[in-house]
Write a protein that binds this ligand. Sequence first.
Ligand SMILES: *[C@@H]1O[C@H](CO)[C@@H](O)[C@H](O)[C@H]1NC(C)=O
Ligand SMILES: *[C@@H]1O[C@H](CO)[C@@H](O)[C@H](O)[C@H]1NC(C)=O
Ligand SMILES: *[C@@H]1O[C@H](CO)[C@@H](O)[C@H](O)[C@H]1NC(C)=O
Ligand SMILES: *[C@@H]1O[C@H](CO)[C@@H](O)[C@H](O)[C@H]1NC(C)=O
Ligand SMILES: [Cu+2]
Length: 567
Amino acid sequence: MLGLQSFYAILALGLASLSEAGVPRQLQNLEERQTCTNTPTTRQCWSGGLSTSTDTQTTWPNTGKTVTLNWVISSKTLAPDGFSRPMMVVNGQYPGPAIRANWGDKISVTVTNSLTTNGTGIHWHGLRQLNTNQQDGTPGLTECPIAPGQSRTYTFQATEYGTSWYHSHYSVQYGDGVSGPIIINGPTTSNWDIDTGALPLTDWFHTPIFTLNARELHSTGPLTADNALVNGSMTSSSGGAYSVINVTPNKLHLLRIINTGINQYFHVSADGHPFTVVAADFTPITPYTTNSLVLTVGQRYDVIFNASQAVGNYWLRVGTGGGTCDGPNSNAANIRAIIRYTGAPVANPTSTGSNPSGCGEETAPAPVVTKTVPAGTAKQFAVSFSPTTSTGQIFVQWLINGSAIKVDWSHPTLQQSLAGTTSFPTSENLYAIGPANVWTYWVIQNVIAGPPLPHPIHLHGHRFFLLGSGTGTFNPATTLKYNNPIFRDTVTLPAGGWIVVAFQADNPGAWLFHCHVAFHISEGFGVQFLERAGDIRSSIGSTSALDSGCTTWATTGISPPAGDSGL
Ligand SMILES: *[C@@H]1O[C@H](CO)[C@@H](O)[C@H](O)[C@H]1NC(C)=O
Ligand SMILES: *[C@@H]1O[C@H](CO)[C@@H](O)[C@H](O)[C@H]1NC(C)=O
Ligand SMILES: *[C@@H]1O[C@H](CO)[C@@H](O)[C@H](O)[C@H]1NC(C)=O
Ligand SMILES: *[C@@H]1O[C@H](CO)[C@@H](O)[C@H](O)[C@H]1NC(C)=O
Ligand SMILES: [Cu+2]
């Protein structure tokens, strides 16, 4: 017979039992799942029977708690890489304050616009906004911009968990600094001891973004980024400093990598510290180990690394896409941060390592909640590049099926639709989808002859399944991946290639589907889905904030410059 002590030892082992690299095993039965809580050795569990096996499309906790925040958007001169320049920031800081909530919490953010010449509006990237379309923060679709001097409160539930970011969706404004991390605590598919927080990465320009955007609009060549910021900081010839990620020897660290950029790809690696990848966007994935990850604008990866090297300083390396992927960056060879062990001297690392380049997409991530997408027929969006000359000036536009999106800040789609409008101008690039829960399939065909650029494609209101991608012209006879495809909210559309995505019409509203390169969506690269127009009214509740926001916006007389979509 077993002694009591060894009985408990076996029980503990049973609950926490690990395979190599700290990967939790799957829970066997209902009872085990219900008693399982989130600890450093059982990170796959959450509480109340929820775990990484829970399908967040249908199930989330209702915690009854609300995380309440007050933000002021203002102009401020800051020097994130030592070079002083005017910025637009949240609560005087860059990156903006991180939102931290638990899975199932409500988040309520009151945003005051203290800018004098710009409206604003905050989009919660990757948050599904199930039945809360009017909280999506997309000027011209779901709201009128917040006028200078005005406030509005966004309230929504975190029905998914993991890492994301918020940013202004008012033209290219976030490129001047209106962005920050979102962290939703929840279970993880591999174990860890310490959450080091978010690592937002952005390409960085010393010229203000609206000036650059005008330059990009009127020229066909790529802009050169001056630098990139890692967690809001970097060195340059003007000074600056490397960000420091503090680590505890022999502990497993969770790191939340986010591309909050304007245009560039980022490759991330850490000398001597391989990553165990556990989430792609808000999707928990089967853990796998890699030395380097590539992220296009808008993508996130949650990774775990073991601080198992000798106490010291190690480089975290960040590379850009390079070549024709994303335009040059003047500091491409030296974009870094420091991983500093407790007990290490305050000094720059001497570690060696390298990083690949290119504009790829990770292909290993596989969701732990497996799904099979029913086969279906895809409709196609053809992307084209259209520089035209008018009054002696070039105007660059990106067309989707021949049309650049241009929204009307004063008459957002949601308000128009609720007022009974069924016919929208061509320039709204609006496509109706429905009925309830129908699967919709979309091919995006990139320009074949034209600028050899990849594009980060992002959808609001949904994650989508990536059924396939490739170069050249999409062939409908191509075999697609219907069985457990990756499910996320941002993917790469390859240069001169295509992607096929699918999602279900399970969230009534007006949702933007667009290229996340700030300059490209400003130049028209997007469409909007008007999903189940007849179900919007009953699903979203009060639109008083939308209506009063539009009443005040109408008095500002502000509109985007010619050639700027407003997004
Ligand atoms: C992390 O590194 C320490 C020190 O090398 C080691 O003892 C531990 O087993 C490692 N943890 C995992 C999960 O690999
Ligand atoms: C936004 O503010 C910038 C900086 O003051 C200005 O250059 C730009 O014209 C403004 N644009 C809009 C559309 O509000
Ligand atoms: C990034 O900076 C924030 C704010 O200082 C900090 O809380 C966070 O831990 C940093 N991220 C990492 C990975 O060190
Ligand atoms: C886009 O244009 C192509 C070619 O005319 C057409 O086949 C396709 O149906 C259009 N896409 C949509 C979503 O209407
Ligand atoms: Cu693009």
